[in-house]
Write a protein that binds this ligand. Sequence first.
Ligand SMILES: [Zn+2]
Length: 527
Amino acid sequence: MKRALFVGFWLLLLGVALADRPAWMTSAETITPTDLQAHLEFIASDALEGRDTPSRGLDLAGMYIVSHLKRWGLKPGGENGTYYQTLTIRTDRVNLESSVVRIGEQTFRYGEGFVARAVPLSLTAQPVYVGYGWTNHAQSIDPYKGLDVRDKVLVVLGGFPRPVAQLGLERAEAEGWISPEENALRRGARAILRIDPVLMERLDRQSRMWARRRVVEELERDEPAIPVLIPSRKLLDALCQGEEVGAEELVQRVQSGEAGEPFAFRANKRLQIELAVETTREYARNVIAIVEGRDPALKNEYVVVGAHLDHVGIGTPRQPGEDVIFNGADDDGSGTVALLEMAEAFAHGARPRRSVLFIWHVGEEKGLWGSRLFTEKPTVPLQNIIAQVNIDMIGRSRSPGDQNPRNADLSAPDEIYVIGPKLASPELGKILEQVNHQYLRLHLNPRYDDPNDPERLYYRSDHYSYARKGIPVIFFFSGLHEDYHRPSDHVDKIDFEKMAKVTRTVFGLVWTLAEQETRPARVKVAQ
Ligand SMILES: [Zn+2]
C-alpha cells in the first residue's frame, strides 16, 4: 500500500515533467552519435569516390538514402511518384580537328588560329565592323546605322564602351544599353568575332577551357546562343588584308577605347567558319522525401530541410600512393546523414501540423545546381514552402589545444554558426533561440550572419537558391578548417557528439516551424 502510493507519487511527478516537455524532444532523442557515425562511415567512404556530380559514387549515395527512406515509409517527393529529381548534365565539346576558320586561301585551326565557345556553326559570311557593338536608343548610339548585318559576322572590339564600363553591366542595361550579343540576335547576325589583345597572346592556353561547356539542360535558358570567336593576330591580319583599316589599327582601338567609324569589309571578303561540337549527356539526381503533416489543411505547406549529397570527387595524384579521394565527411556528409537521422525521427515520431520535405541536393559544389533546379522546377508549389533550413558542414569542432591557424575559425564543441536570421529571416532566428533555450542551450554564433562577411558564406550554399525566391532561410555551419576541400576531410575527424546535439536542435526548430500557428514573413529578395 505504502509502496504503491510511493510509485503513484513518482508517476504523477513524471507525468508533470512529461507534460512540460514538448513531444518532439522524445523523437529528437532517437538521433544519436552512433547512428550518425554508422551512416557517415558509408557516405564518406572511399567506395563512393568523393561523390562528384555526376558519378557512380554519387548515384550510390543517393540509393543508400532512398533505401532507408523506403524502409521508414517516407513519401516520395520527387518526379513521377519517385524519390528522385533528375538533372541532365550536357557537355558540349569543340571537335578540335574539324573546327576551322578560312579566309581566302588561308586556314586557321582551333587553338592556334582562334578559340570559340562550344556552339555549333557552319557558315560563310561577310564581316562587318561595328566598334564595340553596343547600342543605346535614347542616346542615339547606333553603330549599326546604315549597315546590313543580317547573316553576317560582327567584328567587335573587346571590352566595353566607356559609359557602359563606368555604369557597370547591370545599371548600363537598366539604362537602355544593349550588348553586341543581343544586337546580333535581334538583327540576324550569325556570329561575333571579338578582338581581344590580351586573350590573343595566350590562345593556346585558353583553348581547352573555351572548348568545353557544361550546362544543366533543365536550367538552360531557351534563347539561342550567338557563337563568339576570339581571333589570333594572324587571323586578324588575314581578315584586314586589303582593307582601309589594318589589324594593328583595330588592336590599338581596343587599347585607346576609340572605336572609330563602323564599316563593311570589302564586298568579296568572306569568312568561312566551321565549328564542330560533340555533345554528351550524363545524369545526377536530387533525392526528395516528404513526411506528411497531421493537419488536413496545413499539410499542404512545407518546411524544407536540405543538405548536399555531392562533393568534389577524385583529384590527380602527384606521387604514387597519394590519397586523392575527397571524402567530404564534413562537406557535406555531415549534413547528409543529419537529414537522414531527422527523416527517421519524423517518420517514427509525433507529426507536426505542416509537412516536412527533405531534400538531398546534388551539384552544390558545381554552382548550387540541385537547389537551383528544385527552386526553378519545384515538385511542390514554391509558395507553399514556408522556410528552408540548410545544413552544410556541422561535423567539426576546434579541440582545446589546437594551434593550427587554419582551424582558428572552427566553432567550439558546444557552439554552431547560424546564418540567415540577421540577413534575411529574423523570425526563424527567434524560434531557434526559443527551441535552443528550452533544450540543449548550444552557443548560437551569428558571426557570419553579416552582409559584410568577407567569406560571403550566405551566398555559398544551397539555402541561397531558396532565399532568391523570397523563402525565409536559416543555415547551420560549424566553420572552415584545415581539411576543407581536401582529401583529408575524413570521418575520423568528426565530432559526433556535437553533430548529434546540432541535429537534435535543428530537428526541434523544424518541428516547431511546422507546428506553429502562422508562417514566417517572406524575405526581401537580395540578388
Ligand atoms: Zn558544402
